[in-house]
Design a protein around this ligand. Structure first.
Ligand code: ZN
Ligand code: FE
Length: 244
């Protein structure tokens, strides 16, 4: 694997992602909700920025784009064609099945609607990396916010579930501890879940991110991936909204 990924905390509980293709030194930032941490991360990686990848249009994922692009004008801003009207100005509008290059690394674009209708993910197939924004989190998943979202999100999670289990899921938020509390209320006897919840607590106590998680971990512990059908998924997703 030649693609390095690093979670960079920003805003309240967001992560933007720093990606570096080691053979070529090409660097990308995914979902800069805030410019300053993105700029610092790029400077720390050598001061070169090739691409800015956007999973969806929400402010906590795009509000840093303008300033980041102004600082690194050569960076290509890449986002989903269906959301052209509500994303920052794009240099490349992409859709399901398109390929995005970062140096020698290649990402396949997946359209994964549900949280928003235009949500996309970048799947670096050879590197087993999925930049998944707000589709799936460690022990949780995004909230369906637009019409048809519940069923669309369920179908999107089905697609994620079929990727190689070693896939690293690079999620947009640090929600793991609160997700773990809900997950344990649904599935209290799941040993993999108990272990992941404990590991998350230790990582957070040490001030470290709990992500990326792996698909294998989530298949074993995530109550939304483990739902048997749309009805069970819907019930869990709705219960989570009211869980304290
Ligand atoms: Zn979002
Ligand atoms: Fe978000």
């Amino acid at each position: 694997m030649s693609l390095r990924v690093e979670a960079v905390p920003c805003l309240q509980d967001n992560y933007l992602w720093l990606l570096r293709d080691n053979p070529t030194g090409a660097v990308a930032i995914c979902d800069p909700g805030e410019a300053a941490p993105a700029i610092a991360a790029v400077e720390g990686a050598g001061g070169r920025l090739d691409a800015i990848l956007l999973t969806h249009h929400h402010g906590d994922h795009v509000d840093g784009v303008e300033e980041l692009k102004a600082r690194f004008p050569g960076a290509r801003v890449i986002g989903g064609a269906p959301d052209l009207h509500r994303l920052p100005p794009l240099d490349e509008a992409v859709k399901e099945g398109d390929t995005v290059s970062l140096g020698a690394a290649r990402a396949e674009v997946m359209h994964l609607p549900g949280h928003t209708t235009g949500h996309i993910a970048f799947h670096f197939v050879a590197d087993h990396v999925l930049l998944c924004g707000d589709v799936i989190f460690a022990l949780g998943c995004g909230r369906p916010l637009e019409p048809g979202g519940m069923e669309a999100l369920w179908q999107s999670l089905r697609r994620v579930a079929r990727l190689p289990p070693s896939t690293r899921l690079c999620c947009g938020h640090e929600y793991t501890e609160s997700n773990a509390r809900f997950a344990l209320s649904v599935d209290p006897d799941n040993q993999a879940l108990r272990a992941e919840a404990e590991a998350a607590g230790a990582l957070r106590a040490a001030g470290r991110p709990t992500v990326p998680t792996t698909l294998a971990q989530e298949l074993a512990a995530n109550p939304f991936l483990r739902a048997r059908d749309l009805a069970e998924f819907t019930a869990r997703r709705e219960a989570k909204n009211h869980f304290r």
